[in-house]
Design a protein around this ligand. Structure first.
Ligand SMILES: [Zn+2]
Length: 260
């Protein structure tokens, strides 16, 4: 009596098997990546264009420590940030704030453009072994649009961050959504701590393709967001966590400039 049913299950299996086989070549060119299960950071090296994520030797983030850093006289960046309309996009990996043109960071006579900032939860860098609830990355590009300088700021729970008040009440919740709250402006200077002591090291993008050759400045002092602001980001579907684990230093020097 069960014979016809068995046959149909076999037929179904066979159909599934051939569709898996057909799909196999496409898997070799997988471009999807994330933070959970089979697409987690351990697998980013297998993503198309992501080889450096596993073979790179100057990768970010790293574990920062005040005792392990060498006191340095690396020139501090100077910030020339103006205001921007708040223009957010949920790209499935973070919420990115695309910044209006005209804001720059200068290192000596080099000038870089503030292109965007975005958030990770928990923090990607650790300081003295501690993860913070959030970290913001301010990404600066060269004239060709290539990221060259990233400023990382650790975020701890405290008073409401007024600069992010409107934005964090209108975070785009789902991948592909954008949010541009009417009339909402932000000056990214409000995301820098008052005391600008910083760690400095040579690193990479913390997401595929994990490109190296980036200068990292991670502020030693955190800024504050309220518990409800932090929770608003933590509650976004699929973005908690969205931190890459710390990567080996492989002999890199981490400088600490405290003269601020
Ligand atoms: Zn980032």
């Amino acid at each position: 009596m069960s014979h016809p049913r068995t046959l149909s299950v076999r037929a179904l299996r066979s159909a599934l098997l051939s569709s898996v086989l057909l799909a196999a070549p496409a898997l070799a060119e997988e471009t999807h990546w994330g933070y959970a299960q089979t697409v987690d950071p351990e697998h980013w090296g297998e993503v198309a264009g992501g080889a450096l994520c596993s073979t790179g030797v100057q990768q970010s983030p790293v574990a920062l420590s005040t005792s392990g850093a060498t006191h340095t006289n690396v020139q501090a960046p100077s910030f020339h940030y103006g205001t921007s309309q708040v223009r957010m996009v949920n790209n499935g990996h973070t919420v990115q704030f695309n910044y209006d043109v005209g804001s720059t960071l200068r290192l000596g006579n080099q000038e870089y453009k503030l292109a965007q900032f975005h958030f990770h939860t928990p923090s990607e860098h650790t300081q003295n072994g501690v993860h913070y609830p959030l970290e913001v990355h301010l990404v600066h590009t060269d004239a060709a649009g290539t990221p060259r300088v990233v400023v990382g700021v650790l975020i701890e729970e405290g008073l409401v961050n007024a600069a992010l008040f409107t934005a964090f009440r209108h975070l785009p919740r789902h991948e592909g959504e954008t949010s541009t709250p009417l009339g909402a402006l932000i000056n990214a200077s409000a995301l820098l701590p008052f005391n600008r002591a910083f760690f400095h090291y040579a690193g990479s993008l913390t997401t595929p393709p994990c490109s190296e050759g980036l200068q990292w400045f991670v502020m030693k002092n955190p800024i504050h967001l309220s518990d409800s602001q932090i929770a608003a980001f933590e509650r976004l579907p699929h973005l908690n966590p969205n931190n890459r684990p710390v990567q080996p230093l492989n002999g890199r020097d981490v400088g600490l400039q405290s003269a601020y």
